[in-house]
Design a protein around this ligand. Structure first.
Ligand code: MCA
Ligand code: AMP
Length: 496
């Protein structure tokens, strides 16, 4: 935040903060919109946010932060079973949504508060959110450990867990990224990421606001929007590898896109590994190298290639300031000392960027940390002699990363088993050039004469969980391969 923007009566109040399509809010307008909303929700225990990719979602989350009330962003495409779980687990008292949005019956028990961003705020010089809440709002007991957000994330089995992310972690990760990326209030970020996950919401909305800069959200990702915004003053692009893959595919026929990307100060990829092939194709067409950063819902950001570092393909760079990172051996406690680009270990991290706990899941929280407070990421990596981290895989084969979304195989298997046409089910991920991995369902049909079709099972999973969790491929089997203990042998499925 520059001084000019921090001054409520200064020119900074007129600086653009958020732009979604043709709707913009300056810092003054954002404060004037979010402050009354914050005052309205201060007494709520937790608030759900119907996180459509709109201005209203950004304002709702800013209001929750001003009020000091934890926000639970909800995927508006969540199916009934997933939404039901998140709402009963996090127990919000009210839901913030854009006026006119239809909410599903699952949310009927919650008080609905509309986020009205069209109130007349012109000419108000109210304080910017980055300067802190006006005295009348916000809990007096607010501390850096107060939860800012509860973000639901999938595990290998069971329904998603709510990661409780304190204000301290949000501030620490955004300030560390500012250092690594030389990110300032002069930057204008463009992206089309969903707003119910860390990447799109914390990095993509709260990041620019903390710096006093601007974000332009595309509503949904498309390369034409990227070209337009980067040609009209945007300086940074955030995306998941699927988005960069689509950019790489488009570049040969789109010189305007190549020119726009070449002008950007920083192209950043995260949420999954960016294939070297896509990295190289973009570099060749634009002369620019995408930099990768590595994070997790529970840890926020851990490493990044620095803006002043060497942007090598296939690496997530070095630990961010304040983040301790180690690799451990099979026992998950002995540290690997080697920086040889060869010795593989599990990445464990410690630092102010970490979440506090999984909501209502003390055992899962305890299992996620070592005795001395290291968080076990489950990601496997090597370290190069210059400290660059290269992720080489994942400990759990039952976690699938598709389109940058983390999806637990067990969750989908449970949903499939609720379909009357499915007797047994196993879910795996297989390589996909666009999505990184695609979800594959292996099922034993209840009636082999009329097995359920891929569309039927995809719709079934999308309705219960979320569209991005739907299987893209379905195989029918007479029986699932099992070992002597009766456990499904997934490796036989993926390689068989
Ligand atoms: C298709 N659709 C369906 C069905 N089939 N809907 C319901 N039922 C069906 N059977 C709809 C979809 O909802 C979607 O609708 C459209 O068809 C296309 O779907 P799809 O092919 O699945 O996806 P896509 O639109 O091509 O999406 C690719 C994407 C997306 C844009 C790259 O995967 C994405 O936004 N990924 C970002 C994930 C992310 O932000 N991860 C961060 C978490 P419609 O067109 O209306 O949408 S990781 C994180 O936060 C950590 C900290 C980190 O490190 O970043
Ligand atoms: P999520 O739990 O959805 O936040 O996803 C976190 C996981 O995404 C991490 O544990 C990694 O497996 C993966 N991930 C995030 N960023 C990267 C990256 N740049 N390269 C490889 N994997 C990544």
């Amino acid at each position: 935040m520059t001084e000019a923007q921090a001054d409520p009566d200064g020119p900074g109040a007129h600086w653009p903060a958020l732009r979604f399509g043709d709707r913009t809010l300056t810092y003054g307008e954002l404060a004037a919109t979010a402050s009354p909303l914050a005052a309205r929700v201060t007494e709520a225990g937790r608030i759900a946010v119907w996180a459509t990719p709109t201005l209203e979602t950004a304002v709702a989350v800013v209001a929750a932060l001003l009020a000091g009330v934890p926000a639970v962003p909800l995927n508006p495409k969540s199916g009934e079973s997933e939404l039901g779980h998140i709402v009963s687990d996090s127990a919000p008292t009210l839901v913030l949504a854009a006026p006119g949005t239809q909410l599903p019956p699952t949310l009927d028990a919650l008080e609905r508060v509309d986020v009205d961003v069209d109130i007349d705020v012109r000419g108000t010089g109210a304080a910017s959110p980055a300067t802190g809440a006006p005295a009348a709002i916000g809990h007096p007991g607010l501390t850096p450990e107060t939860p800012a957000l509860i973000v639901y994330t999938s595990g290998t089995t069971g329904p998603p867990k709510g990661a409780v992310i304190p204000r301290r972690a949000v501030a620490a990760t955004l300030d560390a990224l500012a250092d690594a990326w030389q990110w300032t209030g002069d930057d204008v970020l463009v992206h089309g990421l969903p707003l119910f996950h860390v990447h799109g919401l914390i990095l993509g909305i709260l990041g620019p606001l903390r710096r006093g800069g601007s974000v332009r959200h595309l509503g949904r990702f498309e390369t034409a929007g990227v070209t337009r915004e980067l040609s009209e003053g945007a300086t940074m692009l955030f995306g998941v590898p699927t988005m960069y893959h689509r950019i790489a595919e488009t570049l040969p026929d789109d010189p305007a896109l190549a020119k726009a990307l070449a002008r950007a100060r920083l192209l950043v990829s995260g949420s999954a590994a960016l294939p070297v092939h896509d990295h190289e194709r973009i570099a060749q067409a634009t002369g620019r190298r995408v930099i990768e950063r590595y994070g997790m819902t529970e840890t926020l950001m851990n490493t990044s290639v620095r803006a002043d570092g060497e942007p090598r393909a296939g690496t997530v760079g070095v630990p961010l300031p304040g983040v301790e990172l180690r690799l451990t051996e099979e026992d998950r406690t002995t540290a690997v000392e080697a920086y040889d680009g060869e010795t593989v270990g599990e990445i464990q991290v410690r630092g102010p960027n970490l979440f506090t706990e999984y909501l209502n899941r003390p055992e899962a929280t305890a299992a996620a940390f070592t005795e001395d407070g290291w968080f076990r990421t489950g990601d496997m990596a090597v370290r190069d002699p210059d400290g660059y981290v290269r992720i080489v895989g994942r400990k759990a084969t039952d976690l699938i990363k598709s389109g940058g979304y983390k999806i637990g195989a067990g969750e989908i298997e449970n949903a499939l088993l609720e379909h009357p046409g499915v007797r047994e089910a196993a879910v795996t991920g297989e390589p996909d050039a666009d999505l990184g991995e695609r979800i594959v369902a292996w099922i034993v049909p209840a009636d082999p004469q009329s097995p359920p079709s891929v569309d039927e099972l995809a719709d079934h999973v999308a309705r219960r969980l979320a569209p991005h969790k739907r299987p893209r491929v379905v195989h029918h089997l007479d029986a699932l391969p099992r070992n002597d203990m009766g456990k499904i042998m997934k490796r036989a499925l993926t390689h068989g």
